[in-house]
Design a protein around this ligand. Structure first.
Ligand code: SF4
Length: 295
């Protein structure tokens, strides 16, 4: 067991104590209200969606086909493994088809849970009711993209929702019995370490089960890349050492009952402008554990 914070393996073993599980990402080719013109067409200034969708999701297959492909990938090595369908790309609760997607996912043998990634403003009563219904037969996790609880930062990154909307979505999902995870970004333009820690603390006062952090990455072909290039905004630009220091403070701020799922984003290196740390998630975790053991 990780002595410093509840990590993802501990969290998931509490929920699935009898078998090992693996997340399988699914692409439903949904859009996002911050890209399709409903809120804006540019999206969040850092967003380049291809950076976080695994290659096997571009097959264009149905939800069930993608999950079976993913299962084949892992089942050779781990035949007893069960799987969590992870609806990650864009906002998986946006638009029509959520009910069908979930029905397709649970029709696949070995699916024991569902994760949906969603913007806070894509978690209205109807969506929550659908998720709640599935939550009666298997664990349903909602991963809410909160990013920051500071409205001035949310405006600057063109997020298209405010902090109050995020807080309301967290509470509504928790009230529906869903496992709530929150996604935050460290190093957004204009956000100091103290503001990040304030967001972390206020988020941890809400009914959440897990937290997923990552460093801001400036990716090619994003508005952020153009804005930093022109000098319109400046990003914090952490060194690896500075980010480790911040993560130590984040661990200290997060109560032991809340899982910290990860600290690092890993877009394909060819897409990354900065930071170029060249480090994998497990390597970062090892460095952090080392730092924590000395603090
Ligand atoms: S909500 Fe997600 S998918 Fe939509 S623009 Fe922002 S980061 Fe991209």
């Amino acid at each position: 067991m990780n002595p410093f914070y509840k990590d993802y393996s501990e969290y998931i073993a509490e929920i699935f104590p009898d078998f090992k599980v693996q997340k399988l990402s699914v692409n439903t080719s949904r859009s996002c209200p911050n890209r399709d013109g409903t809120l804006s067409t540019g999206g969040c200034i850092y967003c380049n969606n291809r950076s976080f969708t695994p290659g096997y999701c571009f097959s264009g297959g149905s939800v069930a086909e993608q999950l079976r492909d993913g299962k084949r990938f892992f089942a050779r090595k781990y035949p007893e493994m069960r799987y969590i369908a992870y609806f990650q790309s864009f906002s998986s609760t946006y638009g029509e088809g959520l009910k069908q997607d979930l029905a397709d996912a649970v029709s696949v043998d070995g699916i024991c849970g569902i994760v949906v990634g969603a913007r806070p403003d894509c978690l209205g009563p109807e969506v929550i009711e659908i998720l709640k219904e599935y939550g009666r037969s298997l664990p349903v996790f909602v991963e809410i993209g909160v990013e920051s609880l500071h409205d001035n930062i949310l405006r600057l990154i063109n997020r298209g929702h405010d902090a109050a909307t995020a807080i309301r979505a967290i509470r509504n999902c928790a009230d529906a019995g869903l496992h709530v995870g929150v996604h935050l970004i460290a190093g957004l333009p204009g956000e100091t370490d103290e503001m990040i820690l304030d967001t972390v603390r206020r988020t941890c006062d809400l009914p959440i089960g897990s937290l997923k952090m990552h460093q801001l990455q400036v990716l090619k072909d994003t508005p952020l890349a153009a804005m930093t290039e022109s000098g319109e905004v400046a990003v914090t630009g952490y060194s690896l050492e500075d980010y480790l220091t911040l993560c130590v403070r984040i661990v200290e701020a997060v109560p032991r009952h809340i899982c910290i799922e990860r600290f690092l984003a890993q877009a394909p290196p060819a897409m990354v402008i900065s930071p170029k740390w060249g480090i994998k998630n497990y390597e970062f975790t090892n460095l952090l554990l080392n730092r924590l053991s000395k603090s």
